[in-house]
Write a protein that binds this ligand. Structure first.
Ligand code: BTN
Length: 271
């Protein structure tokens, strides 16, 4: 891949601008700098491999050459200076990946807030990073990483020995070859379509429908300001609130799957 070819592949989608590098540290970092230097809305940065990919909660994210997708899209227009709306942008990335996978007859689900699952295993991760000037939101860098070929998962396993969550590649789930650049174009196309609906009830509905473990026992671990150790809450995953917070019905559940280590937004229902 090269910048000219990728730009041509994406030319029908009216993006802000496209940058590609065979290897770089993190597409989110590069996009963040670009945003600070005036990148237009829907500018895109993609990489053949990342050497310092960023994951949630300060973790590293592996994007080995030739087998994964790593790209970031800069969102500038239609944003509100409201941190409470940011989870919707993470969901925007996750729903775009789900839709592109569904177009390949794969049933994908969202492990709230930012993982995409196929067959119960993690196939993609989303990292939305906001850039603020004081209380004004300058823009958001929406980073998307997808394990496309089996090698992406093998290499991640080799590096981490024990993965935090079982991983899978799109090709393993599909049982047939997948062109990762076609997949990237499809994800971006879906993202643009979902962005049009971002503030509509249809968006929340699709997000809720795509949630993994609905009606099942889960545990959510979150940090409480001023407390040194995180607190874990167990309950039944009931759905999403209007603002995208996870609704957890308590207290009858036993131990469930862990949803997020440092969850910022969930609400308890009783009974
Ligand atoms: C996670 O599941 O922890 C989120 C992973 C997000 C990875 C993507 S890859 C493209 C973009 N650039 C980064 O450095 N991170 C995101």
């Amino acid at each position: 891949m090269d910048e000219k070819t990728l730009s041509a592949l994406l030319s029908g989608l009216k993006l802000g601008n496209v940058r590609y590098a065979p290897s770089l540290g993190s597409t989110n970092a590069v996009a963040g700098e670009w945003l600070a230097n005036g990148a237009p809305d829907l500018a895109l940065v993609a990489a053949g491999e990342q050497t310092a990919g960023r994951g949630q909660s300060g973790r590293a994210w592996q994007s080995p050459a030739g087998s994964s997708l790593a790209f970031s899209i800069i969102l500038r227009s239609g944003l509100h200076d409201d941190a409470a709306r940011l989870p919707r942008l993470t969901a925007l990335g996750a729903l775009a990946v789900c839709t592109a996978l569904e177009n390949r007859n794969l049933t994908a689900q969202i492990k709230w807030p930012n993982d995409v699952l196929l067959a119960g295993c993690k196939v993609a991760g989303i990292l939305a990073e906001a850039v603020w000037t004081g209380s004004h939101l300058d823009g958001v860098v929406l980073g998307i990483g997808v394990n496309v070929h089996p090698d992406a998962v093998t290499q991640a396993r080799a590096r981490e020995r024990v993965l935090r969550y079982p991983a899978i590649s799109v090709e393993e789930a599909a049982g047939q070859p997948i062109d990762r650049w076609d997949l990237l174009v499809d994800i971006v196309k879906s993202l643009l379509q979902w962005r049009e609906k971002l503030n509509l009830p249809a968006f929340l509905h699709a997000w809720e429908q795509a949630l993994a473990f609905r009606g099942e026992p889960i545990q959510v671990t979150h940090e409480i300001p001023g407390q040194s150790s995180p607190v874990t809450q167990v309950g039944i995953l009931a759905g999403l609130a209007e603002d995208g917070a996870l609704l957890l019905r308590t207290p009858e559940a036993g131990f469930g799957r862990s949803m997020s280590e440092k969850s910022t937004s969930f609400r308890l229902l009783t009974g």
